[in-house]
Design a binder for this molecule. Structure first.
Ligand code: ZN
Ligand code: ZN
Length: 859
């Protein structure tokens, strides 16, 4: 075994071995109960960021543990074709050569994208391997592979035949830069400083007019009505009359509609059906025409008369300038404007012909599934957001005006006007006409990812995998894609397979910078997980992440955490190195000892308690708590105590049992940590002589064991003696004259041996109190430990030292109490700062008590 732990060397050794052994395949446990997670597929264009690393560390922890528990555990990997993102990447490559996708034409462009995918699509999967995630690569999928494309087509055709997919003219969110429709969820709203323009529209049948208010003056070019609320007294007499649209001259009616907010502006609103979703609905109710005044780039069309050819913002100024006296005033007005989530351009609501999913009939069962508890969110508070979202859902625009993606399987017959939607590409129309035109659009990328929990398992075929692994066992994902993804998976899963895709949805937070800010590439403050893995090891990164992973909580990641995790790895490495020579001749699979000694009974009882607790926590997805406990157990009980306690028995003739216990405890520790730090534990397992691969071994189930009585008291005696030496600046082996008074006979025959081994002291054990002069006293449970101060401290100096320490502690306590007594501090400071102050005060108080007692002892 190498003398030092080098993460890079260790981590290079194992992934291929695991993969080749077949241990990542569920067939590793052919008869086990099924357990399945499908990975949230990262974009094929992407590279792994810390969010992925957290998401996958959680899944790997679940999967590796279940595998060790004997489940047929399947973790399906794959990537998403990421329509707009991938198309943009390839278009940028073309632009560097001075080309556009139109120069290539559709077929050659798509070939080019596939070529890009062949060249770079493996990058992210390589990174997944580098971080040690145990996905079953023999089942890797891609949202555009043949099987998944067939699933997409099947769903489209079925929903179309059921009337749940339709093509219609609707107001959609149009990005004038990306030239595509976006779903509601892809629009990001932000408040912008705008203006409110008041315009008077004159009556056609007499003097006067009606004043409307708008934030977008240029849209008046497309107005086809003015609307008021039916209960608005101010306007009741005007409904039914008509006004003349300034600049355009069109005669338009005044209508009454419930959708008008009488509080907004003048209470009378202009109606622009082609460029506003509410206005579109008003127009539908009143049979008003829609006039499209913007083209694909938000430039005014011919319908805008003399303003045609102007960009929407230029048109706004031009219209305001031309209105003259009809414009009554302009005031500043802050309002919310939607922007494209990909490029940040302001969205133009545009009337256009698109494909939609009618969501209402799909929503109800998906809400019921969560209400009934069939699907639960962890933490539960996300359920409310889910309900709110689902209840207000509008039809989902699924067509995208790009080339890379699943092409919409609809063909149009110009001869008879029919639309054909079919599983097989049609050659001719039922009217006999050939030369059908396929719809040029592709489907929203999320349309295919919504099918991921079952399309990856072979659906629409009834495969064995589908039978066995649907529903999946759990979905692990960030809250930012609950609506994009989880909600749609639940709807599609229930609709097509009759039951939700999984019972549990574990929501994790975002990784933030150490000071709590959002990490982003554009801010340049994003930490690359691969860089961390390079410097500290993938294991250290994973351990740091899981120790911070409480469901729903954001994680302000500190690099020091990763470094601390690496040091833990070192400690584990050294523990195994220490144990190895003692384990020679001890069978590795010998199991738990039959007749353990007292030290062994203690560590075995702790092992049993910790494993039981950790199992409970992991079943509740409390990763941070579970691994926090294991970490503390390993560090302070196994490394700090048990390895020391084992030394004396290991030197004795009767060393067999303690050596076996040392072996079994370390091997169990490797097993417990394996799901999180797989590389290091696998390496150490190979040295400890565990059979086969640790990745394929079993999860520990240590039997209950009873700790020897008074063990905590024994620990207090040892700690007290060590602390005494430290406080007096004595070397760890500096001889001490010690009397331990044990009136109840608590100590056992092994105590003197271990007190000598651990504290380098051979006390006199007695039942009665000794002569007190010149001795200090420590209390440990029912025991009292008297340590002679002779030759160690000058009693006067010691009294002075104690008095000084008491004064310091009192001052500290006073300062803290004053701060805590100040309501300004308690109410306004961050809660963790207040808590720190409280801890400080409590510590000072307890220290003060100890010091005063010590001073009293000296008389
Ligand atoms: Zn855009
Ligand atoms: Zn036809």
């Amino acid at each position: 075994m190498e003398s030092t732990y080098d993460p890079q060397r260790v981590e290079g050794r194992w992934y291929e071995r695991w993969e080749q052994s077949g241990v990542f395949r569920p067939e590793h446990n052919p008869d086990g109960p099924p357990f399945c997670i499908v990975i949230p597929p990262p974009n094929v264009t992407g590279s792994l960021h810390l969010g992925h690393a957290l998401n996958m560390t959680i899944q790997d922890t679940l999967i590796r543990r279940r595998r060790m528990q004997g489940y047929a555990a399947l973790w399906v990997p794959g990537t998403d074709h990421a329509g707009i993102a991938t198309q943009n990447v390839v278009e940028r490559e073309l632009a560097a050569e001075g080309l556009t996708r139109f120069d290539l034409g559709r077929d050659r462009f798509i070939e080019q994208v596939w070529d890009w995918k062949r060249r770079y699509g493996g990058r992210i999967t390589e990174q997944i391997r580098r971080l040690g995630f145990s996905t079953d690569w023999s089942r890797e999928r891609f949202t555009m592979d043949d099987g998944l494309s067939r699933a997409v087509r099947t769903v489209f055709v079925h929903l179309y035949e059921e009337g749940l997919i339709y093509r219609g003219n609707r107001i959609i969110n149009w990005c004038p830069r990306c030239h595509t429709a976006l779903s509601d969820i892809e629009v990001e709203y932000e408040d912008v400083a705008g203006e409110m323009v008041h315009i008077r529209y004159p009556f056609t049948d007499g003097d006067g007019g009606i004043v409307v208010a708008t934030t977008r003056a240029e849209t008046m070019l497309g107005d086809t009505a003015v609307a008021v609320h039916p209960d608005d007294e101010r306007y009741r007499g005007l409904v039914g009359r008509t006004v003349r649209l300034p600049l355009v001259g069109r005669e338009i009616p005044i209508v009454a509609d419930e959708a008008v907010d009488p509080e907004f502006g003048s209470g009378a609103v202009k109606v622009t059906p082609a460029h506003d979703p509410t206005d579109f609905e008003i127009a539908e109710r009143h049979g008003l025409p829609a006039v499209i005044i913007f083209d694909d780039s938000a430039v005014v069309t011919d319908a805008g008369g003399r303003f045609s050819g102007l960009d929407r913002y230029a048109a706004r100024e031009a219209v305001k300038g031309a209105l003259g006296e009809a414009m009554l005033g302009v005031e500043a007005h802050e309002h919310s404007v939607g922007h494209c989530y990909r490029c940040g351009t302001a969205i133009e609501p545009l009337l256009s012909e698109q494909w939609f999913v009618k969501v209402r009939p799909l929503v109800e069962p998906a809400i019921d599934a969560v209400r009934s508890g069939e699907v639960r969110f962890i933490p539960e508070r996300w359920e409310n957001s889910y309900f709110h979202w689902m209840e207000n859902l509008r039809d989902w625009t699924i067509s995208r005006q790009i080339w890379w993606g699943h092409r919409i399987p609809a063909w149009y017959c110009d001869a008879c006007g029919d639309t054909i939607v079919a599983m097989e590409d049609p050659e001719a129309c039922s009217c006999g006409a050939t030369g059908l035109r396929q719809d040029p659009d592709v489907l929203d990328t999320w349309f295919s990812s919504a099918l991921w929990p079952f399309s990856t398992l072979g659906w629409p075929d009834r495969t064995d995998d589908l039978d066995r692994y649907y529903p999946n066992s759990v979905m692990v994902t960030g809250f930012d894609i609950i609506y994009f993804w989880v909600a749609r998976m639940i709807k599609m899963g229930i609709h097509f397979l009759g039951e939700p895709p999984y019972p549990d949805v574990v929501i994790h937070g975002l990784i933030r910078t150490a000071d709590g800010r959002k990490m982003s590439k554009s801010l340049g403050n994003a930490v690359d997980p691969l860089d961390l893995a390079e410097e500290y090891g993938a294991d250290a990164l994973r351990l740091a992440l899981i120790q911070a992973a409480a469901p729903g909580q954001d994680i302000p990641l500190q690099v020091e955490w990763v470094d601390a995790a690496r040091r833990f790895g070192n400690k584990l490495w050294n523990a195994v190195r220490f144990a190895l020579p003692h384990l020679e001749g001890i069978p590795a699979e010998g199991g738990y000892p039959e007749d353990p000694g007292p030290e062994e009974r203690w560590i075995l009882s702790r092992l049993h308690e910790v494993v039981t607790r950790v199992d409970d926590l992991l079943e509740e997805y409390r990763f941070s708590d579970a691994y926090g406990q294991l970490y503390a157990f390993a560090w302070s009980e196994v490394f700090d105590w048990f390895l020391e306690l084992a030394k004396a028995p290991l030197r004795s003739d009767d060393r067999g049992s303690v050596a076996a216990t040392l072996g079994v405890v370390l091997r169990d520790l490797l097993k417990l940590f394996h799901p999180v730090i797989p590389f290091l534990t696998e390496e150490l397992w190979s040295h400890l002589g565990g059979e086969g691969l640790l990745a394929g071994s079993t999860w520990p189930q240590p039997p209950a064991s009873e700790a020897p009585s008074g063990f905590a008291t024994f620990q207090e005696v040892v700690t007290g003696l060590r602390r005494f030496r430290a406080e007096h600046g004595l070397a760890p082996r500096h001889p001490l004259d010690v009397i331990v008074v044990d009136p109840e006979g608590v100590h056992d025959e092994w105590w003197p041996i271990q007190v000598e081994a651990l504290a380098s002291v051979r006390p006199v054990w007695q039942a009665g109190l000794p002569e007190r002069a010149g001795r200090t006293r420590l209390v440990a449970g029912p025991l009292q430990v008297f340590i002679s101060l002779e030759g160690i401290v000058d009693l006067d100096a010691e009294r002075q030292r104690l008095a000084k320490a008491i004064a310091e502690a009192s001052a500290l306590l006073e300062r803290s109490s004053a701060k805590l007594g100040n309501p300004n501090f308690v109410d306004r400071a961050p809660s963790d700062v207040v808590q720190r102050e409280r801890d400080k005060a409590a510590e000072a108080e307890s220290r003060l008590g100890t010091l005063r007692a010590q001073l009293a002892e000296l008389g």
